[in-house]
Ligand binder design. Structure first.
Ligand SMILES: *Cc1c(COP(=O)(O)O)cnc(C)c1O
Length: 428
């Protein structure tokens, strides 16, 4: 049974002020994990984690991560604005987008972000978007690319096997082929770009350290080949996000120290020994940064006994989509009943009119009664963030459990007024 950073008394007290359901994040645990990640890569001068904002787009969490120098990995206008609000501008932003609108390229450029191109056609599109002129069109103003740091996203295709969530790279919409990559860097060099990085992301929720190490190897190798052929140096390689977390009790957390040491060895072999200039290692993880340290706290509304036994919560899939979306497993704890035998088998559901609105299916749990609290673990990334309002369900509050034990609201719960805010009742 998972150990929680709070107990039933704490939930009862907290729920007086912030009724369930709510998400709560454990600040001390997030900080300890951030420290551990940094230590694992301390050998690499300039190492940086760019927190994938989409995993938990809350400025208070982003600010907390900024204490450790973590930047922001953004892929939309809203995420760029969030990064700006927490003071992550310039090269503290990695703009890893796809199918990108011109105004987002402009915003990223204005913020001085590292622009990571998803496609070879995005280079002329970007140049046009920021007013540099392209395809023979006259430049509306002179744009100097020399000081800016640009990156391309590589899709290794069948060279690298994928995994469950991200699928096979050759079927993924992201990134450029090898040929396009060389071509794109040559085009950028010809346009006066002087600073380069290289990116790929081929993992999602990966728990095997060797897979992440192999990704870094692939990039170091490729950086060397592009250096030779195109005549450019790389300041960084970005191995993307995708480090997994142990959602299931039988899974083991990623051995970050092993990943750090493995990439260090690859660096010595493929960068240092090859005489390449120093390369900073970047990553843009979301899940492993906040995932295990966020909890969805809900209260049992009804117990139903038909063909199966159902625990009906006051939370639903709009608070946490992963089980409904991917059949994902999330551990469930019933505070106050941690030591009771798991004598029942329940489907744990929400109130949405979708039969896949279930947090757990046929899960052994202690005997549950209405009024019990239920805590759904590992909700700290891709949890609240994926929330939606289908069926008129409102998104819950987000709370931060501070290191001194105090609680701070970092996002209020939505109200019906929020839900109706975009409607015009006057025009009826
Ligand atoms: C989703 C995403 C991430 C973060 O992935 P995690 O699995 O949360 O680590 C990083 N980079 C890009 C480009 C992404 O799309």
């Amino acid at each position: 049974m998972r150990k929680l950073p709070f107990d039933k008394n704490w939930i009862e007290k907290t729920a007086e002020k912030w009724p369930t359901p709510f998400h709560v994040y454990d600040a001390a645990a997030i900080r300890a994990n951030a420290r551990r990640l940094k230590a694992a890569f301390a050998w690499n001068e300039g190492f940086r984690e760019y927190f994938a904002v989409k995993a938990a787009p809350n400025p208070h969490l982003m600010k907390l991560l900024k204490e450790f120098g973590f930047g922001s990995d953004c892929s939309s206008m809203a995420e760029l604005v969030l990064a700006e609000k927490v003071g992550n501008t310039g090269e503290l932003i990695m703009f890893t987008s796809n199918d990108t609108p011109a105004e987002e390229f402009r915003k990223a450029w204005e913020l001085g972000a590292i622009v990571n191109l998803d496609d070879i056609s995005h280079w002329p599109y970007f140049v046009e978007a920021v007013g540099g002129g392209s395809s023979g069109a006259p430049a509306s103003r002179h744009v100097e690319f020399g000081n800016a740091l640009f990156c391309c996203r590589y899709n290794p295709g069948p060279l690298k096997g994928g995994n469950a969530i991200i699928g096979k790279p050759e079927e993924a919409k992201y990134g450029m082929t090898r040929e396009q990559l060389f071509d794109c860097y040559a085009q950028m060099k010809a346009a006066g770009v002087k600073r380069f990085g290289l990116h790929t992301m081929v993992a999602s929720n990966e728990l095997d350290p060797e897979y992440i190490i192999d990704t870094a190897k692939l990039l170091f190798q490729l950086a060397g080949e592009i250096h030779e052929k195109v005549g450019i140096d790389f300041e960084f390689v970005n191995i993307g996000g995708g480090i997994g977390i142990p959602y299931r009790p039988d899974q083991k957390a990623m051995d970050l120290e092993r990943v750090g040491a493995g990439i260090h060895a690859a660096y010595d072999e493929l960068v240092v020994a090859k005489g390449l200039k120093p390369i900073r290692l970047y990553m843009e993880c979301g899940r492993c940064i906040t995932g295990p340290y966020g909890y969805l706290v809900a209260k049992v509304r009804h117990i139903k006994d038909t063909y199966r036994k159902y625990v009906g919560l006051d939370a639903c899939m709009s608070n946490l989509m992963r089980p409904a979306l991917y059949g994902a497993y999330h551990e469930i704890v019933v505070p106050g009943k941690e030591n009771e035998p798991q004598t029942e088998v329940y489907d744990v559901t929400g109130s949405l009119c979708e039969n896949n609105d279930k947090f757990a299916i046929q899960r052994p749990l202690p005997h549950i009664v209405p009024g019990d609290y239920v805590v759904i673990c590992d909700a700290g990334a891709h949890g609240h963030a994926m929330g939606f309002q289908y069926n008129g369900k409102l998104r819950s509050a987000e709370l931060l459990l501070e290191e001194d034990g105090s609680v701070r609201q970092i996002r209020r719960a939505e109200t019906l007024d929020d839900y109706f805010a975009t409607l015009d009742f006057e025009g009826l």
